[in-house]
Ligand binder design. Structure first.
Ligand SMILES: Cc1ncc(COP(=O)(O)O)c(C=O)c1O
Ligand SMILES: N[C@@H](CCOP(=O)(O)O)C(=O)O
Length: 529
C-alpha cells in the first residue's frame, strides 16, 4: 500500500507553511604538469610574457601550514594586475571609479557598480598562458589556489594578499554528464549539469562569499569601520555568509523572511553563530531593510548588490570552459532570482573571450519560477518596461524574489549573448526535479526550474538534440528535502505528482514481503528504464 505516513513521523515538527554517473570530465585537468606558474613583472610593472615554472617546495618545517608555505613562495615581483569599482555599463568617457578598499555599493547616480579589471595588463599574457596557468592549479592543496575561485585570483581580486583570503577551497565542482536523463527525457547526448550546490555550504553562493569575506578581512586589518557583515537572504546567501564569517572570526548578521526558507537553510547560520533575525516580511522586504541598515551602521553589505560577490561567482563559467578543455558549450541555463548570477556567468564567459581563451561565448538562458517571474515578464514585453512584483510562494523558495537588485545586469547580459528567459510552473518544476532525481541526481527545486526551461526549449526546437548544453544546479537537494517529501507523498494540493515514488508499508512478515515484491517485480515498473 502506498503511504506517506513514513515521512510524517520524523518531519511533523517542520513548519507546514514552508512551501515550500558520472563521466568525470577530468582528463584535461590531469594532463597538465603539476607546476606553479607565476606572472612576473619588472620594477616598472612591465610584465614578462614568459611563465615562470617553480617547483612546489615541500614544507620546510613540520609546523608549517599551507599559508606559511604560500608566504615563503610569495613572489617579490611587482603585481601588474589591478581592479576597481566603476559604474555598471558606464557611459563612454565616465571617469568615476573607486578603489576596492572603499566601502561603496552604488555609483554617484545611484546605479549599480561593477568590478573592472585592468584588461590591458591581463592582455599582456595570451589565452594559452591563462589556460595553462588555471589548469596547472586544479586539484592541488596550494594556498589559495586549491580553491576553484582563487585559482583564478588574477581575474578576481588581483591585489589581495594571500594571507587575507578566507577560503574553504570552494569551486572545482563536478560537471556531471546527465547521460540517462538526457537520453530518457530529452533525446540529448551532450547534456551536463554543473553541480555548484555540491559545495561547502551547499550552494553556489560560496563562490562569491569567499571573495566578499576575504575583502572584509582585508578591510578590517586596514582598520576600516566594519563591525560585521550583513545580508538579506532566501537561505543560501545567509548560509554562505555565516560560514565564511565564522571561519574568519567576523560577526555576521542575517535577515531572513520568517517561514519562507527551508529548515536546513535556517539551521546553517544558527549553527555558524550568526545573529539571525527572522522578519515578518518577504525577501524583498528584508532586502530593503538591510540596505537601509547598512547605510546607517558599519555593517558591510554582503548581497550581490555588492559587485564583489559576482567576481567569485563568475569563476563557475570559467570552470565550465576549463572542464570542457576550453571548448565552448552551446547553451548554459541558470535559474534566476536576485539576478546577480546570470550576469556573473556572462562576465566569466566574456572575459575568457576577450582574453583569448576561447573564441565565442554560449547563449544563456535565465529560468524563473512562474510565481516569481519579473524578468520573464520583462523579456516577454520586449524589454519594454520593467515592473517589480510581489512574488508568490514557490517550492523554488530561494528564488522567490519580485524586485531583483540586479535587473539591469541581467538584461545587459541576456541582450549581449542573444539570451532567452523561460519560466516554470510549480508542477513543471517539481516534475522536472523528480525526473532528474529518478536518473540518479538529487537536485534542488531551482534546478528543476532550469530543467523545465530546457524541456520547453527542446520542445520548441530552439535547443537541438546535439547541442552541448549545461544546466547550472545552484543548491544541494538535501537543503530542500521537505519539497521532495511533499511531492513523493502526493501531499501537494492540485498537483498530480506524476513521478512520485512513495514508500510501501509492509508488515515484518516473510509472506507479506514476498507478496509485495512479487507484485512489484511482476509490474511493468521494473521494466521502465
Ligand atoms: C539555490 C538558488 N538558485 C538560484 C538563485 C538565483 O541566483 P540569483 O539571485 O543570482 O539570480 C538563488 C538565489 O537567489 C539560489 O539560492
Ligand atoms: N537566493 C539568495 C537571494 C539573495 O541573493 P544575493 O545573491 O543577492 O545575495 C539567497 O540565498 O539569499
Amino acid at each position: 500500500m502506498a503511504s506517506s505516513c513514513l515521512f510524517n513521523a520524523s518531519l511533523s515538527s517542520l513548519n507546514p507553511k514552508q512551501h515550500p554517473i558520472r563521466r568525470h570530465h577530468s582528463a584535461s585537468l590531469l594532463r597538465h604538469r603539476p607546476i606553479v606558474v607565476s606572472c612576473t613583472a619588472d620594477a616598472n610593472g612591465n610584465s614578462s610574457n614568459t611563465p615562470i615554472e617553480t617547483a612546489v617546495k615541500p614544507r620546510q618545517r613540520t609546523e608549517d601550514n599551507i599559508r606559511d608555505e604560500a608566504r615563503r613562495q610569495r613572489s617579490t615581483a611587482v603585481n601588474p594586475f589591478s581592479a576597481r569599482y566603476v559604474p555598471f555599463n558606464a557611459a563612454p568617457g565616465s571617469n568615476e571609479s573607486y578603489s576596492l578598499d572603499e566601502i561603496v555599493y552604488r555609483s554617484r547616480s545611484g546605479g549599480l557598480l561593477d568590478v573592472e579589471h585592468d584588461m590591458e595588463a591581463l592582455k599582456r599574457f595570451d589565452g594559452a598562458y591563462w589556460r595553462d596557468l588555471f589548469d596547472s592549479r586544479v586539484g592541488k592543496s596550494t594556498w589559495p589556489y586549491g580553491s576553484g575561485v582563487w585559482s583564478k585570483k588574477e581575474w578576481v581580486l588581483p591585489e589581495i594578499d594571500d594571507d587575507d583570503i578566507v577560503s574553504a577551497f570552494e569551486g572545482n565542482s563536478n560537471l556531471f554528464w546527465a547521460e540517462r536523463f538526457g537520453k530518457k527525457f530529452l533525446d540529448m547526448n551532450d547534456l551536463w549539469v554543473k553541480h555548484c550546490g555540491i559545495s561547502h555550504t551547499g550552494s553556489f553562493k560560496d563562490l562569491g562569499m569567499t571573495v566578499l569575506v576575504s575583502q572584509v578581512n582585508r578591510l578590517r586589518k586596514m582598520k576600516r569601520p566594519v563591525v560585521g557583515v550583513g545580508c538579506a537572504s532566501t537561505g543560501d546567501t545567509s548560509a554562505a555568509l555565516s560560514a565564511y564569517c565564522a571561519s574568519a572570526g567576523i560577526p555576521s548578521i542575517v535577515f531572513l523572511p520568517a517561514n519562507k526558507i527551508s529548515m536546513a537553510q535556517l539551521v546553517q547560520p544558527i549553527a555558524n553563530g550568526a545573529f539571525v533575525l527572522s522578519i515578518d516580511t518577504d525577501f524583498d522586504g528584508c532586502m530593503k531593510l538591510i540596505r537601509e541598515i547598512t547605510a546607517e551602521l558599519p555593517i558591510y553589505l554582503a548581497n550581490s548588490l555588492n559587485s564583489l560577490r559576482l567576481e567569485g561567482q563568475k569563476t563557475a563559467a570559467i570552470e565550465i570552459l576549463q572542464q570542457f578543455d576550453w571548448e565552448v558549450p552551446d547553451w548554459v541555463i541558470v535559474p534566476g532570482g536576485n539576478l546577480g548570477n546570470i550576469y556573473a556567468f556572462y562576465k566569466g564567459f566574456k572575459m575568457c573571450q576577450e582574453l583569448g581563451l576561447v573564441d565565442r561565448i554560449p547563449r544563456l538562458v535565465c529560468a524563473q519560477a512562474a510565481n516569481a517571474n519579473p524578468l520573464y515578464l520583462h523579456y516577454k514585453s520586449g524589454w519594454k518596461d520593467f515592473k517589480p512584483m510581489t512574488a508568490s510562494t514557490t517550492f523554488a523558495s530561494a528564488i522567490q524574489i519580485g524586485d531583483p537588485v540586479s535587473i539591469d545586469r541581467a538584461v545587459y547580459a541576456l541582450q549581449k549573448c542573444d539570451g532567452i528567459v523561460e519560466e516554470a510552473t510549480e508542477e513543471e518544476l517539481m516534475d522536472a526535479m523528480a525526473q532528474a532525481d529518478s536518473t540518479g541526481m538529487f537536485i534542488c527545486p531551482h534546478t528543476g526550474v532550469a530543467l523545465t526551461a530546457l524541456f520547453k526549449l527542446r520542445k520548441q526546437g530552439v535547443i537541438a538534440k546535439t547541442d552541448r548544453t549545461v544546466v547550472v544546479s545552484t543548491a544541494h537537494g538535501l537543503k530542500f528535502t521537505q519539497s521532495k517529501i511533499d511531492y513523493h507523498s502526493k501531499a501537494i494540493p492540485d498537483m498530480a505528482c506524476r513521478f512520485s515514488n512513495p514508500p510501501v508499508e509492509v508488515k515484518a512478515d516473510f509472506g507479506a514481503v514476498m507478496d509485495v515484491l512479487q507484485n512489484y517485480l511482476g509490474s511493468n515498473k521494473t521494466l521502465r528504464s
